[in-house]
Design a protein around this ligand. Structure first.
Ligand code: TRP
Length: 362
């Protein structure tokens, strides 16, 4: 069986380092591993519109931001198909048929949808499109016969929903769709990178993000203002690692070689943590180290972005070409789905013949 990746992001802002460690970095590794037959990376503008219906301009403006972030991280259009969701109408058609396989109460139980409804104060008036986006996400994944979906932990309920739809479809209409597997980050810090204020999740509205395209000066300000251990007041005080944002970021980004390069008194992160826990290690020193680590990781991304920013028409061309390819693939799956459901009347000579015979014999 082919190994196929499908994943994507809503274009509601620039991507941040949480996206990077949670999924983007992995996608690039998977892309370059050569293990996959096809890789589809989708800018989910239609999904973004399900809770931004009044602000299509925001979505429109951010498509290019996400595309630039993708390219600058190393997603390569020669190896991965980058495309825009709304340009693939077959996804809507698939969603429409999948809707019959899902109950309202099942959607109401989806924990991610529940949280998002509360966050957006949608409780009393949920847009239907928003409510049903897990179904459209199942269409995104199955249209490309994805076997592997590298995403963050918050997408687990969407994958569960997708698997249920696949099973229900295959049971009802015969084996047609592929059940996908979620691929989560293997490092706990990467699962849910906190904001610089130590709050659970990085989010644009909380203003606690470090963006991938952050310039050096802003990055420094943000790292220096990061939440640490509030009880670690004197350098000599013992410090706490748990819940200390600076160390969580180091868990997500640090490699041993960075110690030799920037902090040779220690061999690895364990030694640094041990010193901090014991007392005698100041926050500023750890923050400066983190800043070096982040700069080393983000600088190549920043530089590549500047290059791509010089040729925006090229980036749109990449998305256009990708969308054309994606449309062909989704069209094939849609045809298979319609065949399985036997809603392919005009291609079904048997149907026409048998109906004709029925009336002939009357
Ligand atoms: N829900 C994802 C997000 O919020 C975006 C998305 C849409 C997606 N369709 C998808 C991710 C299919 C993986 C697979 O970022």
């Amino acid at each position: 069986m082919s190994k196929i990746i499908l994943t994507g992001d809503r274009p509601t802002g620039k991507l941040h380092v949480g996206h990077y460690v949670g999924s983007l970095r992995r996608r690039v590794e998977l892309q370059n591993s050569g293990e996959f037959d096809d890789i589809f990376i989708m800018i989910a503008d239609a999904q973004a519109l399900t809770d931004n219906a009044d602000n299509p301009e925001k979505v429109r403006q951010n498509i290019i931001e996400v595309a630039l972030d993708y390219l600058s991280c190393g997603l390569d259009p020669a190896k991965s198909t980058l495309f825009i969701q709304s340009q693939i109408p077959q996804l809507c058609e698939l969603s429409f048929y999948y809707m019959n396989l899902v109950t309202v109460s099942r959607l109401q139980r989806n924990p991610t949808v529940k949280t998002e409804i509360a966050m957006r104060n949608f409780e009393t008036s949920i847009p239907v499109g928003f409510f049903t986006y897990p179904i459209s996400q199942a269409a995104d994944i199955t249209a490309f016969k994805a076997t592997t979906v590298p995403v963050g932990e918050d997408q687990l309920p969407m994958l569960e929903q997708t698997k249920e739809i696949v099973r229900k479809f295959n049971m009802t209409y015969g084996d047609t769709l592929i059940e996908p597997e979620i691929l989560l980050p293997d490092n706990k810090a990467c699962l849910r990178l906190p904001g610089i204020d130590g709050k659970a999740k990085m989010s644009k509205s909380l203003g606690n993000c470090i963006y991938l395209s952050e310039d050096e000066k802003t990055l420094k300000q943000k790292v220096m203002s990061m939440y640490t251990d509030p009880n670690h007041i004197q350098i000599s005080d013992p410090g706490q690692i748990e819940g200390n944002t600076v160390f969580t970021y180091l868990d997500a980004f640090c490699k041993d070689e960075y110690f030799a390069q920037y902090l040779p008194e220690y061999n690895n992160l364990e030694e640094l943590k041990a010193h901090y826990t014991r007392g005698g290690l100041g926050d500023v020193k750890v923050k400066k180290f983190l800043l070096n680590v982040l700069n080393t990781e983000l600088e190549p991304i920043r530089n590549r972005r500047k290059e791509f920013e010089k040729d925006i028409p090229y980036v749109y061309e990449v998305l256009k070409k990708g969308s054309e390819k994606a449309r062909e693939v989704a069209e094939n799956t849609l045809n298979e789905v319609k065949n399985a459901m036997k809603i392919n009347y005009f291609d079904d000579a048997e149907l026409i013949k048998s109906q004709a015979e029925k009336y002939m014999n009357q």
